[in-house]
Design a protein around this ligand. Structure first.
Ligand SMILES: [Zn+2]
Length: 309
């Protein structure tokens, strides 16, 4: 019975529109023929779709401002039609749905070809499937279809690939016992690990540069909880500014008692033997002191990227 009620409502669309085609509905149907969906703005600023001559809330005349909406929209409610009858828009099970087109404040009734009632939910995104030939009729839209959400997958893949390439270059370098950075062509900053865009100026970083495996401790923390990678407890994790780099990288400090580690301490990477290396940062056991005099961090850090003042 409920199918009959909903079907009757929609079967009145063509007749109703034909009877009342004035400028407002006429505009809606003319736009439909051109495969555009429009609503009309009320004096209160709401957008009615399909457009009406009067604001149903206030009885005031609508404005003559037409607004293009959709074509996609959101399902608000639906009734599943398990056994379509002659005159229905589809010859397979479908849903009559209240669809609020993007930009509209009211919902339109139309068919949704969802395949199964399980595919329907409030908020489902749908788009119209237009007939090959349009005639200025609500049935110019054959039905609405759920949006293809699997499109998200390649977009996600795109994001995985981009950092992946830069990080892979960095890890290939680490496997070979060297640190690979990238130099920004615009501002000359050198980033280690290598990255493909400059966070300072937004430029693409294309130039690959090798930096030293020696550097300076800029900040550090003494850790009292065991870590499987650390030499002993307590151990020190630090930011090490590699010589030639403008950004520090985080690393373990070994080969020195924790309480002797200090800012400005000069350190060198301790690499695991070549035959044990993989594409990972575990190739660097830690950094240990070089024995050089401490660096003057204030002087070094005040220097602009790329040197020179
Ligand atoms: Zn830059």
């Amino acid at each position: 019975m409920s199918d009959d009620l909903v079907a009757t409502h929609v079967l009145e669309f063509p007749g109703g529109y034909t009877r009342t085609t004035g400028p407002v509905i006429g505009r809606f149907l003319t736009e439909l023929r051109d495969r555009r969906l429009v609503g009309v703005r009320t004096a209160g600023g709401r957008v009615l779709v399909p457009p009406l001559e009067y604001d149903p809330d206030t009885g005031e005349s609508a404005t003559d401002e037409y607004v293009e909406v959709g074509p996609a929209g959101t399902v608000q409610a639906w009734a599943w039609v398990g056994s379509p009858r002659p005159g229905h828009p589809l010859d397979r099970p479908f849903a009559w749905a209240l669809i609020r087109l993007d930009g509209a404040d009211t919902a339109l009734v139309h068919a949704v070809d969802a395949g199964s009632p399980k595919a329907l939910r409030p908020g489902l995104r749908v788009r119209p499937r237009w007939r090959a030939a349009t005639a200025g009729h609500i049935t110019d839209i054959e039905c609405f279809l759920p949006e293809v959400t699997s499109l998200i997958a390649p977009v996600r893949a795109e994001y995985r690939v981009t950092p992946g390439r830069a990080l892979t270059r960095f890890l290939e370098g680490v496997r070979d016992g060297r640190f690979v950075g990238g130099r920004c062509a615009e501002c000359a900053a050198v980033y280690v690990p290598y990255r493909e865009s400059c966070p300072a100026c937004g430029s693409v970083v294309e130039e690959e540069v090798e930096v030293a495996d020696t550097g300076t401790v800029t900040t550090f923390a003494i850790n009292n909880l065991p870590d499987p990678r650390a030499p002993e407890v307590p151990f020190v994790s630090a930011y090490v500014l590699l010589d030639g780099a403008d950004t520090p990288m985080i690393a373990l400090i070994g080969g020195v008692p924790a309480h002797e580690v200090r800012q400005g301490m000069r350190v060198r990477a301790v690499w695991v033997p070549p035959e044990e290396r993989t594409l990972s940062m575990t190739n660097v056991k830690w950094f240990e002191p070089t024995g050089e005099p401490d660096a003057d961090l204030d002087a070094d850090l005040d220097e602009p990227p790329g040197g020179g003042a």
